[in-house]
Design a protein around this ligand. Structure first.
Ligand code: AMP
Ligand code: MG
Length: 521
């Protein structure tokens, strides 16, 4: 197995001079060297061939002992020096101080076909940033990360990738429901892949300590290596950087809203500087379209990170990043201008995204109202988001409102919920929708094809992930493998997998892991 190694981060940024691996505050350093804990009996459960190819590895490499040893943390790949990064963050709106890679260890950067990637093990043991926790990860959360990161990629949502999922062979103690019932679970290790794992919180850490030298070093490094298109200098450079992060973050959120993804823990330490989805913890997929929904039980009271609040929270997080970058800019006005533009830009992008979902190529002013009334209707009774939008593409220009309505009827969880008023509202909506699609130039089948590129047929429904976890826990990985394959082509019909194009079964409604998830992982 041959990787093309590069060590820009550890060569150009300051290292923690202290190499003892105990929890502590680390100052004036961008990283601490740390060695993964050797797992007792590692075994490969699954690897993503596309990610392997992207970093220059083949199917044979995946099956090699080098691969097993390297990506389980058993050996250190020649020429590399693993490290963990400190960062800070706002958690649930509150300043949390120093956090950092508590159970993530960056192995190295690799270069392939002129692209560079950082490879990071998650769950490979403690680091100076582990605080009171153990540095390990359990199988259930690792399956969720591996499957979802890749599913998101194939949906076209910017995301970190997942190269591999391994069992460590060790047991890890977790209290899943935080109710005083800890139990041993199988330990697992995922290898995540991204341009870098620099987060909003990486900048917040230096800024909070008024360590402006390192704040500048980190920002200059990030721009030089990851935003090479920015060719400006001084204040202009930093503003262009902030502008780009704002734009890519906004773009990511529009995608989340398009596919019905709820991140669950949008703390600033979980916001990638690349505008890619990072840290798959208690995330969930909207089944019932409900803007107030969050899967994260820790957030049950305020629902800060609910589906409908994600755009607002991204902006809140961008304010924190702006504050952190302020010492490099020393002028609030241009930062505020970028932040103020976010809301109008978001509205515009959201509108266009929804037009795509509805099959509108022509932009009409009345679309705003049509979309608003649709989302209001979707909230009225339990309606499956994925099935609704996928089936909507079967509506024809010639259909009467009733026929059109029947096309999407499968999306309702309980038809009995549809009282007369709601039925009438749907009827009215479909009458307007019919007029609207008749203004389009595309034929029915052309519109359907276009809609099917933005409305997935298959998403990683919460219960699907949980079923594969239940099986995997017993050593059966066939469902995990099957889900991985289906989710590679989420927009394709894949009639063989039709059974996964179905509403959440009733047993999953209130089951832990399906509709309720804690941060325990
Ligand atoms: P999260 O909520 O998963 O984003 O984690 C918040 C912080 O807690 C990060 O600094 C993580 O690295 C750290 N953390 C989470 N789980 C563990 C663990 N099992 N061991 C050590 N640190 C952890
Ligand atoms: Mg995190």
């Amino acid at each position: 197995m041959k990787l093309q190694i590069q060590n820009n981060f550890t060569t150009e940024l300051p290292a923690d001079p202290n190499q003892t691996n105990v929890p502590r505050q680390v100052h004036q350093s961008a990283f601490s060297f740390v060695v993964p804990k050797k797992p007792t009996n590692p075994s490969l459960i699954h690897a993503s061939i596309d990610v392997a190819n992207a970093i220059g590895l083949s199917q044979d490499d995946i099956l090699s002992t080098d691969f097993l040893n390297t990506f389980s943390g058993s050996i250190i790949y020649p020429g590399t020096k693993p490290y963990a990064m400190p960062y800070a963050g706002h958690q649930f709106g509150n300043w949390a101080g120093q956090l950092g890679d508590g159970r993530a260890i960056n192995l190295t950067e690799v270069v392939h076909e002129n692209k560079s990637y950082t490879l990071q093990l998650k769950g490979a043991g403690p680091t100076p940033y582990s605080r009171t926790a153990d540095g390990f990860a359990v199988l259930r959360s690792s399956i969720r990360e591996h499957l979802c990161a890749e599913a998101m990629h194939y949906l076209g949502v910017p995301t970190t990738r997942s190269l591999s999922l391994m069992l460590s062979g060790d047991q890890v103690l977790r209290d899943v429901l935080y109710n005083g019932n800890p139990a041993y679970e199988k330990g697992a290790i995922v290898c995540r892949v991204a341009p870098s794992f620099i987060r909003f919180g990486s900048f917040e850490l230096f800024a909070s300590r008024e360590d402006h030298d390192n704040l500048k070093l980190l920002t200059d490094f990030t721009i030089k290596h990851h935003f090479p298109q920015i060719q400006k200098e001084g204040v202009e450079k930093y503003l262009a950087f902030f502008q780009e992060v704002t734009q890519t973050t906004l773009n990511m959120i529009v995608h989340w809203q398009r596919v019905g993804f709820v991140h669950g823990v949008m703390n600033t330490d979980n916001m990638s500087i690349h505008g890619i989805t990072i840290d798959y913890g208690p995330y969930g997929w909207l089944e019932d379209y409900n803007s107030g929904w969050t899967p994260n039980t820790t957030d049950n009271q305020h629902k800060r990170y609910r589906f409908g609040n994600q755009p607002e929270i991204a902006l809140w997080n961008l304010y924190q990043l702006a504050n952190a970058l302020y010492p490099l800019i020393n002028d609030a006005k241009p930062l505020e201008a970028i932040l103020e533009a976010y809301s109008t830009d978001y509205e515009k992008e959201y509108l266009n995204m929804m037009r795509d979902k509805l099959g509108f190529q022509i932009k009409k002013n009345q679309d705003v109202v049509l979309i608003q009334s649709l989302t209001q209707l979707l909230e009225k009774v339990e309606t499956d988001m994925t099935i609704f939008f996928r089936n909507l593409s079967n509506v024809s220009k010639a259909d009467a409102a009733t026929t059109a309505f029947n096309t999407i009827k499968d999306a309702f969880y309980n038809e009995k919920d549809l009282d007369e008023t709601i039925l009438k509202d749907w009827h009215d909506w479909f009458e307007k929708y019919s007029i609207r699609i008749n203004e389009e130039t595309l034929s029915d089948s052309e519109r359907k094809n276009q809609m099917n590129t933005v409305n997935p047929k298959y998403v990683l429904r919460n219960y699907m992930a949980q079923l594969s976890i239940d099986d995997a826990d017993k050593g059966n990985y066939s469902l995990l493998n099957e889900l991985f394959e289906i989710l590679k082509n989420p927009y394709d019909e894949q009639p063989n997998f039709q059974k996964w194009f179905a509403k959440r079964p009733d047993w999953a409604r209130d089951k832990v892991g399906c509709s309720m998830l804690s941060c325990s992982s």
